[in-house]
Each structure stands twice: as C-alpha cells, then as structure tokens.
Design a protein around this ligand. Structure first.
Ligand code: NAP
Length: 261
C-alpha cells in the first residue's frame, strides 16, 4: 500500500465548512491526517464534518469546532479543544478569509476593519497559538496561510489586496522567527478558484462586485481556466508533508499563470 503523506499527523484547517477549505480537509484526511475543522456557521460545519469523516483513513479522527477567527476567545478555545482531544498539533492551515473586493470609492469603516481582522489578524492569532503551545516547544510544525495572487499584484479591491500583501509579510516574519527549528511557514496564493465566494464575486453579489474587475482586469490573464479547491489543496499538501521540509518563507502562487510575477 502506498505510504500516506500525512500519516498520523494532526492538522487544523480554519474556514473549512465549504469552499476550498473543505477540499483541503478532504485531501489531508485521505492522506492519513487527523483533522480539526473550524468555521462560524454550525449547520454547514457539521455537514462538512460528515464529508471529511468519509475521507479519513483507518484509525484517524476528525472533529469540528465552531469558531470565528476574529475572536481571541474562540481562538484559544479551538486550541484548548485540540489539546484535550489530541494532545498535540502538527499542521496549521489558516484558510478562512473574506474576499469582498470594494474599490476605494466604496470602502466602509466596518467592512474594512472586519476584513483586516479576518484576513490579517486572524492568521497571526492562530499562528501565535500554534507556535507557543505546540510548535516551538517541540521545534517542529507546519504553518500554511492561504494568501492570494493579489498579495503580490494588487487589484483595485484595496483592502483585500492589502491584507493579502500583509499576510505574505507575516509568512516571512514567522519564517525568520523559526529558521533554527524544523518549523516551516509558507503561504499558498490562489488565483481565481471556483468556490462559493468567487462565484458570488463574479455575479456581483458581494461588496465590490464587478467594479473590481472593471478596474483591475487588464493586469490579469482571465483567459486561463479557474483553478479548483483541490489544486490549492495539493499545493498545501506538498508544504505540509515531508516533501516540503526545506521550503520556508515562500509564497507559492497556484493560478494557472493568470498572474506571472
Ligand atoms: N476563491 C478564490 O478565487 C480565492 C482567490 C484567492 C484567494 N482566496 C482565499 O482563499 C481562502 C478561502 O476562500 P474561499 O473562496 O474558499 O471562501 P468561501 O467560499 O467564502 O469559504 C470560506 C470559509 O471560511 C469560513 N469563514 C469565513 N469567515 C470566517 C471567520 N471569520 N471565522 C472562521 N471561519 C470563517 C466560512 O464559513 P462560515 O461563513 O460559516 O464561517 C467557509 O467555511 C480565503 O482566504 C480567500 O481570501 C480565494
């Protein structure tokens, strides 16, 4: 039997009740990991847990913890549960994010602060807990953030692009902090990926809607096919596994070449 890439590892995936986070949880489960998934909405989280359980290999477990990444209390609770249930953590995959694309004309204070909190403070919060409670004491672990091609090449969605650029910097800051350990810190930067959030953006249903495309369109190659959550999950799998052990402080774009740079 082929050896599983994450056999026996314990992996936390935030924002995994639908979208690419759920695909990541399924792929990690199929590769032998124990899985903890989080999201805010209880119903979809429990439905996702059932789907993840179908993918587990023998002897492995999956649990779901309802939690908002903007809440320090929820964050601590997630790690308390992991400590109680598994006693350890090997992989943090911080995927939860808000993809609304307001151009500067339409930015509103409350939306801006929420996006900063989810996309930038959330990953720092989760990484701090993972590092202090599990990874630094054993000098081992994997952190993977889900950024965006807009982290390197901003689009007109100003707040979103800024959060992902900030997240790329966080990735490198944490790689500096951990270079003398077996901890790696990397980001996967998706291009357009078929998920509920992306489809809502294209339909103009999210804040920002089609205006972001109107102003940013010429800088991206939209002739290439969109990627899927499984394409993103496979890049995360590489970074989470022994194959990625020499890669740290990197932002890997998975975008079919929609943005080359
Ligand atoms: N799709 C794309 O084209 C694309 C491109 C580049 C980058 N990305 C990035 O990829 C990641 C996933 O995107 P996606 O398209 O899969 O998004 P999505 O379809 O909107 O799914 C987001 C997931 O995160 C959860 N979530 C949202 N806010 C949360 C919060 N505050 N706390 C905890 N969980 C939260 C959602 O569940 P609840 O709502 O129930 O909490 C859901 O499970 C994001 O970081 C996004 O910025 C996406």
């Amino acid at each position: 039997m082929k050896e599983k890439m994450l056999d026996g590892k314990i992996a936390l995936i935030t924002g995994a009740s639908y979208g690419m986070g759920l695909d990541m949880a399924k792929v990690f489960a199929k590769e032998g990991a124990n899985i903890i998934i989080t999201a805010r909405g209880e119903k979809r989280l429990n439905q996702a847990l059932e789907k993840v359980k179908e993918c587990l290999t023998e002897g492995r477990r999956a649990i779901a913890v309802q939690a908002d990444v903007t809440s320090p209390e929820d964050t601590k609770h997630v790690y308390d549960v992991i400590e109680e249930e598994f006693g350890d953590l090997d992989i943090l995959l911080h995927n939860a994010g808000k993809g609304e694309m307001e151009i500067i004309d339409d930015v509103q204070e409350d939306h801006m602060m929420e996006t900063l909190n989810i996309n930038l403070a959330g990953p720092i919060r989760y990484a701090q807990q993972a590092l202090m409670r599990f990874f630094l004491p054993k000098k081992e672990g994997r952190i993977i953030f889900i950024s965006s091609v807009n982290g390197k090449k901003p689009c007109a969605g100003v707040v979103y692009s800024a959060t992902k650029a900030g997240l790329n910097n966080v990735t490198m800051s944490l790689a500096f902090r951990t270079w003398d350990t077996n901890i790696t810190v990397n980001a996967v930067a998706p291009g357009a990926t078929i998920t509920p959030a992306h489809l809502a953006n294209l339909r103009g249903e999210q804040d920002g809607g089609e205006k972001w495309l109107e102003y940013s369109g010429p800088y991206f190659n939209y002739q290439v096919p969109d990627t899927t959550g499984f394409d993103q999950a496979n890049a995360c799998l590489f970074l989470a596994s022994h194959m990625g052990q020499c890669v740290t402080g990197q932002v890997i774009q998975v975008c079919n070449g929609s943005y080359l740079g």
